[in-house]
Design a protein. Sequence first.
Length: 117
Amino acid sequence: VQLQASGGGLVQAGGSLRLSCAASGRTISGYTMGWFRQAPGKEREFVASIRWSDGRTNVKDSVKGRFTISRDNAKNTVYLQMNSLKPEDTAVYYCAAHGKYTDWDLWGQGTLVTVSS
């Protein structure tokens, strides 16, 4: 499976962005897909995930209510809708995936999100 992330950019605090991650190469019906982020000088952290088979989601507490993860089955694409963005959301956001019995082992390239104050 190849993952292609897009949608990053520069936005003012309080604004919104939607990230997309398109999966290709094989069926992803048995995968969980998600988003991680890495801010300058910090470790990569989990943001949100969605299980492809049933749409079950898991979202980092600090972004709940602001970020929503969703999927489009027909497009093999997962989205991260980010609202009410804060400067501390500034990071490189990575799309990732894992199979039922594996850890996060598939990664796309990062997309930079910059939130200005």
